[in-house]
Design a protein around this ligand. Structure first.
Ligand SMILES: Nc1ncnc2c1ncn2[C@@H]1O[C@H](COP(=O)(O)OP(=O)(O)OP(=O)(O)O)[C@@H](O)[C@H]1O
Ligand SMILES: [Mg+2]
Length: 258
């Protein structure tokens, strides 16, 4: 089931450097939210605080709260490994496990979750590959290495791997930036289908993509180099692109900087 994300007063640091400052926002379940803003304003950092990946970086530290429905991901006693299973992530460069077959790439997380029966694994692998719109292209070569697929196919394989474990939220950091326009459209269509089941957050530098796929858009910015990134505004995507409340948002989307 898709879940609501409620962020309040969130700041993130790399050792002494504060990368993002005091971010609060609500992300509705079963919606797509796009994060936009100039390079270095902390979009990836913020995304990684939503599944406790930020603290994996040496010196990475987080202040504030992230509620998933009612549970604080940073509450005492919350296991970060469980959080990362609940909040899945797809990265900029497709990163299938290179030595594993297509099948095993999708099954690996399921096996970690204790699913061992071949029949059950087969069912979920097929469902996930279908969900990622990849099944027809790979069903006759499931035993072949995932690294032998095209870039766009590899990215859909990574999406299949992420959705196989039935996360409640799917975070995507520039998932199309290494892809050609056709593969990009395939991923965008897929995002539209997946949002029924997952709450989706996507970082993108492509304004058209943000406008095409997202329900709401958040604009982040830096006051100056070396300053932490801040959330400038978040609103309906249509409004952000037609009539934003803040001048800096308008300047950014109309290409006047960034
Ligand atoms: N591993 C790291 N160690 C130290 N500082 C980091 C690290 N990763 C990012 N930063 C710093 O944190 C700030 C935010 O970086 P981040 O990668 O989150 O920005 P971004 O908005 O995703 O940029 P881009 O659009 O280029 O991907 C930057 O000042 C960056 O230099
Ligand atoms: Mg980034």
């Amino acid at each position: 089931m898709a879940k609501r994300i409620d962020v309040s007063g969130l700041s993130a640091y790399y050792s002494a450097h504060k990368a993002i400052d005091d971010i609060s926002m609500t992300i509705e379940p079963g919606s797509v939210t796009a994060f936009i803003g100039p390079s270095g304003c902390g979009k990836s950092t913020f995304l990684r605080t939503l599944n406790r990946m930020h603290e994996v970086t040496p010196g990475g530290r987080v202040e504030g709260k992230v509620l998933l429905d009612d549970e604080n991901l940073y509450g005492s006693g919350v296991d970060p490994v469980t959080v990362r299973r609940t909040v899945g992530m797809v990265f900029q460069r497709p990163n299938p496990f290179p030595t594993m077959s297509i099948y095993d790439n999708v099954a690996a997380g399921l096996k970690l979750n204790g699913i061992r029966k071949k029949g059950e694994l087969d069912t979920i692998v097929e469902r996930s590959l279908k969900g990622a719109n990849l099944w027809n292209e790979v069903k006759d070569r499931l035993g072949k290495p995932g690294s032998g697929l095209s870039g766009g196919q590899q990215q859909r394989l990574c999406i299949a791997r992420a959705i196989a474990v039935e996360p409640e939220v799917l975070l995507m950091d520039e998932p199309c930036s290494a892809l050609d326009p056709i593969s990009t459209l395939a991923i965008e269509d897929l995002i539209g289908e997946l949002k029924e089941r997952f709450t989706i957050v996507i970082v993108t530098h492509n304004m058209q993509q943000a406008a095409r796929v997202s329900d709401r858009t958040a604009f982040f910015n830096l006051a100056a180099v070396g300053q932490p990134g801040k959330l400038i505004e978040i609103d309906e995507t249509q409004r952000i692109f037609s009539n934003p409340s803040v001048q800096a948002t308008e300047d950014y989307i109309s290409g006047r900087f960034g």
